[in-house]
Structures are given as structure tokens and as C-alpha cells.
Design a protein around this ligand. Structure first.
Ligand SMILES: O=c1[nH]c(=O)c2nn[nH]c2[nH]1
Length: 293
């Protein structure tokens, strides 16, 4: 047998950084969870119990904190590229570095109608995710993501005209609840180095991708999850030139009608349906990647 592939590092490195504007007294906070994984000439650590090549995972953790102190961690794409560049440049035997950063939401409180200078709340489990791979002399690949953004619309969604056969029981519907948990990803062109990354408006792209996703979800007269998610991907490609492809993974979180006619003929189906049973499982799961022609 042989070692066919290996990478290792520290996962779940939690990081908080505050920027304190001395003039205005306004604090800005960012919280991230970082994972770094290194590839390179490390096989003897696995095959010969030789720890010589091992940049310890604890060393990787310490490095994350030091570089977070010395460099910007916002946008997370830039911090990921900074970390990847450091590991590949610092250790001759390390030839690639994978970095994943999850950024959590601390939204500034509005108190008495005014943004509070140093108080924040966690408005939802939605996360912003960055996955990067820095390869020695090959630049840095970056994918940005939105995950766990739970949405629902109470109408504006239909599903009819689908294939029917002897296994089909699902009735067609022209008006249904649509709920999903957005997982959206956009893959950037390969950047040649960390300096090229510094010039990119990643935060603006994240805002555009999020706004486009919510607007199309809300406004599309949806024929299916498939049709609506394709429109989202098309629009992001149109709006963000440096993005090469966009993908979505959307669970269809079903809300079933409840027939209450057994109770004194109570009408609660079709156009009379107002009380529904949200379903934890099973769920539809729809994948889509939209690329430039
Ligand atoms: O939007 C939908 N797409 C599907 O493929 C599907 N299958 N059942 N319900 C569905 N809804």
C-alpha cells in the first residue's frame, strides 16, 4: 500500500477581532471560525513515523492568531489568501494550503433609532463561508458562499406539468408555500497572488449575491426550485464579472396541507388552506451550477 493523498491542520479555530475607531468611538467586530489544512512533502510523517516535516496543527493555530493581529481579516477572502500565502511561502516543503473561514453574523443593534457604537446581536444562523486553496506558483482559488439563510414565501410558487406515471401521487399545484435554506456559492477566477486578491471587492460581491438571491426568491413567479435557482445564478454571473461560475444547493422544505374536513366539514385544503404541517423530512434537494458560455 501507499499514501495516495494527505493534508492536515487545525479545524474550528475561533477568532474574534475588534476595530476601535478612536475618533468616533465606534467599534466594529468580526467573528470567524477558521480551518487550515496543509499539503506537501509530509508523507514520512504517515509512513515512517517521522514528525520532522510536521508543522504542528497547534503551530497553524498560533499562526492564524498572529496573522489575524497583523493583517486584515475582513474580507474573509483576503484573510484566507493571506493565510494560504504565508504557509506556502514560509515552509519550503509545504506546497499547498487549504483555508476555510466561516464568518458569523454580529449585526449592529439599533437603539432608539440609532446604530449603537459597540452592541451587536446574532440575527440568524446564516453564515458567510470562504474556501480557498493556495498552490505554490499556481495562485489562489477562492470560492465564496452563503449558507443557512432560511427563507419562505407563502405564495408565488407553483409546481405542475411534471412527469407523471404509475408511481406519481403528487398533485399539481398552482399556488404553494416555498421554503428553503439557501446554500449559494460563487467561484472566482484564479488569482495569481495575494496582492491581486487585495484589489477585489469581495464584500460588495457578497452583498450583491445575497440581494439577488432574496430578490429573485421573493419576486419570481416560481415554476419550480430548479427554474428559480437558475435565474439567481444567471443574475450573479451578469453582476460580478470576476466570478466564473455560481452554484446553489437548495433543500425543498415542504409544508403539507392538513385536511380538516373530518371536523364538521371544516374547509382547509386548496384555496381554503391556512393551517399547514411544516415537514422536517423528507425534503427535496436540488443542485444547480450556472457557468459562463
Ligand atoms: O420545485 C420542485 N422541484 C421538484 O423537482 C419537485 N419534486 N417534487 N416537488 C418539487 N418541487
Amino acid at each position: 500500500s501507499q499514501l495516495s493523498y494527505a493534508k492536515y491542520g487545525k479545524d474550528n479555530v475561533r477568532l474574534y477581532k475588534v476595530d476601535k475607531n478612536e475618533k468616533t468611538g465606534v467599534h466594529t467586530v468580526i467573528e470567524q471560525t477558521v480551518c487550515t489544512l496543509l499539503e506537501g512533502e509530509i508523507e514520512t510523517a504517515y509512513t515512517k513515523a517521522d514528525n520532522g516535516p510536521v508543522v504542528a496543527t497547534d503551530t497553524q493555530k498560533q499562526t492564524i492568531y498572529v496573522l489575524a493581529k497583523q493583517h486584515a481579516i475582513d474580507p474573509p477572502e483576503q484573510f484566507a489568501a493571506t493565510l494560504g500565502d504565508h504557509f506556502v511561502k514560509t515552509y519550503p516543503h509545504i506546497h499547498a494550503a487549504h483555508v476555510k473561514i466561516v464568518q458569523h453574523r454580529w449585526t449592529r443593534m439599533t437603539i432608539d433609532g440609532k446604530p449603537h457604537p459597540h452592541s451587536f446581536f446574532r440575527d440568524g444562523e446564516e453564515i458567510r463561508v470562504v474556501e480557498s486553496v493556495t498552490r505554490e506558483n499556481q495562485g489562489v482559488e477562492i470560492k465564496s458562499k452563503i449558507e443557512k439563510l432560511l427563507v419562505l414565501k407563502s405564495t408565488g410558487s407553483a409546481f405542475y406539468g411534471f412527469h407523471r406515471d404509475e408511481f406519481t401521487r403528487l398533485p399539481e399545484t398552482w399556488d404553494r408555500i416555498l421554503s428553503t435554506e439557501i446554500e449559494a456559492g460563487w467561484k472566482w477566477k484564479t488569482f495569481q497572488n495575494v496582492n491581486e486578491v487585495k484589489d477585489v471587492d469581495f464584500n460588495g460581491a457578497w452583498q450583491r449575491a445575497r440581494d439577488i438571491t432574496l430578490k429573485i426568491f421573493a419576486e419570481d413567479d416560481s415554476a419550480s426550485v430548479q427554474a428559480t435557482m437558475y435565474k439567481m445564478g444567471e443574475q450573479i454571473l451578469a453582476d460580478v464579472p470576476l466570478v466564473e461560475e455560481v452554484d446553489y444547493v437548495l433543500p425543498n422544505k415542504h409544508y403539507f396541507e392538513i385536511d380538516l374536513s373530518w371536523y364538521k366539514g371544516l374547509k382547509n385544503t386548496g384555496k381554503d388552506a391556512t393551517v399547514f404541517a411544516p415537514q422536517s423530512d423528507p425534503n427535496g434537494l436540488i443542485f444547480c451550477t450556472v457557468a459562463r458560455k
